[in-house]
Structure formats: structure tokens, C-alpha cells
Design a protein around this ligand. Structure first.
Ligand code: GDP
Ligand code: GDP
Length: 436
């Protein structure tokens, strides 16, 4: 589970420019999962071997000026709750504004590390102008220019210095599957968990930020042992009123990063919407197993909408990662809850499976021979050997004489063929083509 860094600050200070700079380098390399580039506000980065997630909180809130103040306040409060480190971006051109003061006031109260980032310091003259930001009362600051990139190395050095120590997972934690129930507010997450494991076992309490360290609980239901990752959204349910995408995404990040399989609950009466999609892509981007439960199915008039129609509509939204189990459940009537758990365990097994290299070659090389990659500029691409890598999530490498000639559609073809022959339902797959 990587450290979560949130970028906060008022509009136009350069948060998204900084965000893009922090994640771009890595995105290009790592994001090979077909088409998974949709969330522009959440990304993974790495500096000196330390991996972390970055959330551009501002990216979720774009609106008119008058809603900003209240929104920014909430954005900062949520970032304080959910992130490990806060980057507070201010703008040297504008100096300290009343809104910066408001944000600083919130940040002065917390014990989590806060880094003040003075942006738009494009030249040496502006270094001097930055002095005034000591007045925020948050200590030292780092000056950067997000557009040119100057100062960002120093910022990253400083950032990883303040990362909190994370305890190593215990052996038991490593062996037990970890499931997280995620979804937008009111999808029925807590009802589902209650129905599955009993109301008494799952007590909704409101202990602000104190139970951070133990975020999963072990359960044994229907003969399955697993850890259920508690999401802050459920724990502090009383506070979740906002129906903005940002809130459900922010609330889900930690749980998703911590889980092996994400159970994405959607509300059948609302359909698969933007927020559901963001959470889905968040899970896919993190290479987590995914299962979709269409909850409140008891409320849907079955004459007007069949499961098949409903399912294909959702599947359309998942493209190109459509190999995902979709189940229709009701937390209220407890319809298909056991099935849901069984299928979740199945996804966990799928994600862990290892295909023997000889079997993999036997099957894939025959297909490749029958449908080789298209020749490019008169040159023929030959793939002679392939294997699954010994990585925590399924990754496959194909060795070719001209790897750069193997394009996305052919990789998609290979992925589909793997999925046809082995069950990787609900599991993101990486395909690499390397030079032999
Ligand atoms: P956000 O609303 O905080 O996410 O801000 P944006 O990243 O969208 O940036 C707002 C404006 O500031 C854009 O026009 C950027 O090009 C500009 N900007 C961002 N970083 C810098 C910088 O380092 N120097 C200068 N001069 N402009 C910048
Ligand atoms: P959460 O915010 O995702 O944890 O959602 P809750 O579990 O609090 O459920 C939100 C509302 O939907 C509550 O009023 C539940 O009683 C209701 N609800 C949850 N699951 C179902 C279901 O399967 N069928 C029906 N009819 N209502 C449900």
C-alpha cells in the first residue's frame, strides 16, 4: 500500500500542472493496461524507489467562484482525513490570499506532514517574493515552477523524507484475501456488509481519524476466511452527505489500494454513472481484482429491464476491460449474497493463478503462428517464446525480434486469447513485448 499524497489549494495556483508533472513520467511507462488512462486526478508516482499515489483534489471541483470557498474547505478537510501527506500549493504571483489563509488555518491544526509549495517561481526574482509565505505559519516552503519543472526534484526529495513509516504486513495479513466494498454513497455498501456478516459485527462509529491503522477486520463466512477492508466512508457514514464524485473517489482510494479484490456496489435504480466509473478505473489502475454488484435489484421492475439488457449496458461502460463478473443482488432481501462472496473469492483466485510456462507457450504460440502480428514496412515480427512473470498481479511477456512493431491491437488480441483460455475474469492483465 503506497503513501497517499493530496494536492490542495485554491483554484489556478497550478495544482493540476504540478500533478501532471509528478505523474507523467511514470504514467507513460506503467499504464500499459489497455485504455486505463481515464482518471486525470489520480495517479501513481515514484521517487528514489518510493512509490506513492497523488490526488489532485482540485481536479474534482470545477465550478463557479461562489461555491469555491465552501468546497475548498471540504476538499481540504477530506484530504486531511484521507491522505498521508498534504501538499499545499500557493501562487507567488498572487501572494497570500484570504482563501490561502483559511486553508492554512485548517492545516496548522493537524499533525500529518504538510509541505507548502510556492508555485510559479519561474525566475530568481520571484524567490524573494516567496518570503511572505512564511506568514502562513506552516514553516519552511519549497519553491517550484510547475510549467518549467524547476524545483520539482527538490520537492520530491522533501516529500519522500516526510513519508510516514508503514508497518510491514504480517504473514497472516499477506495470506488472507482482502476485500474492499466500494461505491458511491447510498449504493448499499454498509447494508451489504451488514447482511453478509451480521449487523452486530459491523458497528458504525464516528471516531474521527483514530482507527486509521487497523483498517481491516477478519471474517469467516460460509467457509471463507477473508479480511474486509473498512472504508472511512462507511465508518464515518454520518458525515457523508455530499454526492460529488470527488468524495466517493477520495473515500475509496485507501480501501482500494489496500485490497486484493474490490467489490464495486452500484445502485440499480441509478445505473452505472460517472462516479462508479471513476472508482472502477481506480481499481483497474491499481491492478486490483474487481466484481460488480448491482444492488437494490428488488426495486427494479423486471418487465421493463432484464438482467441481460442491464448487464450489457454496464459492460459497454467498462470497455475495453469488460471481462468482469456482474451480479444482481439485494442487500435488503439478501438475494444472491452467498453467490457474491463466492464470485469475489473466485476473482481473488484468478488474480493469484500462475500458468505453467510450457502450457502457456503450447497454447499461445500456436495461436500466434496462425495469426501473427501484421508485417510492418515489409518486416515480419516473430514471437518465439512467452511466459507469465512471477509478479503479484498477472503480467505476461512475449519475446519478439522486433518488439516495437507490435502495436496495441495485437496486444489486445493476445490479452483476449489469454482470457478465452484461462479464467482471468475481474482481473486486469499486463502484456509486455520484449526483445529476445
Ligand atoms: P489549478 O486550478 O490549481 O489546478 O491550476 P492549473 O494547474 O490549472 O494552473 C492555472 C494556471 O497557472 C494555468 O494557466 C497554468 O499554465 C499556470 N501555471 C501553472 N504553473 C505555473 C508556473 O509554474 N508558472 C507560471 N508562470 N504559470 C503556471
Ligand atoms: P452506503 O452509503 O453505500 O453504505 O449505503 P447504505 O447501506 O447506507 O444504503 C443506503 C440506503 O439504501 C439505505 O436506506 C438502505 O436501506 C437502502 N438499501 C441498501 N440496499 C438495499 C437493497 O438491496 N434494496 C433496497 N430496496 N434498499 C436498499
Amino acid at each position: 500500500m503506497s503513501t497517499i499524497v493530496a494536492i490542495v489549494g485554491r483554484p489556478n495556483v497550478g495544482k493540476s500542472t504540478l500533478f501532471n508533472r509528478l505523474i507523467k513520467r511514470r504514467e507513460a511507462i506503467v499504464d500499459s493496461v489497455s485504455g486505463v488512462t481515464r482518471d486525470r486526478n489520480y495517479g501513481k508516482s515514484e521517487w528514489n524507489g518510493k512509490e506513492f499515489s497523488v490526488i489532485d483534489t482540485g481536479g474534482y471541483i470545477k465550478g463557479s467562484d461562489d461555491i469555491f470557498e465552501a468546497e475548498i474547505r471540504k476538499q481540504v478537510e477530506l484530504a486531511i482525513d484521507e491522505a498521508d501527506v498534504i501538499m499545499f500549493v500557493v501562487d507567488v504571483e498572487e501572494g497570500i490570499t484570504p482563501m490561502d489563509d483559511e486553508v492554512a488555518k485548517l492545516l496548522r491544526k493537524i499533525t500529518k506532514p504538510v509541505i507548502v509549495v510556492v508555485n510559479k517561481v519561474d525566475n530568481a526574482m520571484r524567490e524573494k517574493d516567496a518570503y511572505e509565505f512564511y506568514n502562513l505559519g506552516l514553516g519552511d516552503y519549497i519553491t517550484i515552477s510547475s510549467t518549467s519543472g524547476s524545483g520539482t526534484g527538490e520537492l520530491l526529495d522533501e516529500l519522500i523524507k516526510v513519508f510516514p513509516d508503514k508497518p510491514e504486513p504480517t504473514q497472516e495479513e499477506l495470506e488472507l484475501p482482502r476485500f474492499a466494498v466500494v461505491g458511491r454513497p447510498n449504493a448499499g455498501k454498509s447494508s451489504f456488509i451488514n447482511a453478509l456478516i451480521g449487523v452486530d459485527r459491523y458497528i458504525v462509529t464516528d471516531i474521527a481519524g483514530t482507527t486509521r491503522d487497523s483498517i481491516d477486520t477478519k471474517y469467516n463466512r460460509f467457509g471463507f476466511e477473508f479480511n474486509l477492508v473498512d472504508t472511512a466512508g462507511i465508518r464515518r457514514k454520518a458525515k457523508v452527505k455530499e454526492d460529488l464524485e470527488f468524495y466517493s473517489v477520495m473515500r475509496s482510494v485507501r480501501a482500494i489500494e489496500h485490497a486484493d479484490v474490490c467489490i464495486l456496489m452500484i445502485d440499480a435504480t441509478r445505473g452505472f454513472e460517472g462516479q462508479d466509473q471513476s472508482i472502477f478505473w481506480l481499481a483497474a489502475k491499481n491492478r486490483k481484482g474487481i466484481i460488480i454488484l448491482v444492488n437494490k435489484w428488488d426495486l427494479v421492475e423486471k418487465d421493463t429491464m432484464s438482467t441481460r439488457d442491464y448487464e450489457s449496458k454496464i459492460r459497454k461502460e467498462l470497455e475495453p476491460f469488460t471481462d468482469v463478473t456482474i451480479l444482481f443482488v439485494s442487500a435488503l432481501t439478501k438475494q444472491r449474497l452467498l453467490k457474491a462472496l463466492e464470485e469475489t473469492v473466485k476473482v481473488y483466485e484468478n488474480r493469484k493463478q500462475r500458468i505453467a510456462t510450457s502450457k502457456f507457450n503450447d497454447h499461445m504460440l500456436k495461436l500466434i503462428e496462425a495469426y501473427p502480428p501484421p508485417a510492418l514496412k515489409g518486416k515480419y515480427v516473430k514471437i518465439k517464446y512467452c511466459m507469465q512473470l512471477p509478479t503479484p498481479t498477472p503480467q505476461f511477456v512475449f519475446f519478439a525480434n522486433l518488439p516495437q512493431y507490435v502495436k496495441e491491437p495485437y496486444k489486445r488480441f493476445l490479452e483476449n486469447k489469454i482470457r478465452e483460455n484461462w479464467d482471468f475474469s475481474g482481473v486486469p492483465i499486463d502484456i509486455y513485448i520484449r526483445e529476445k
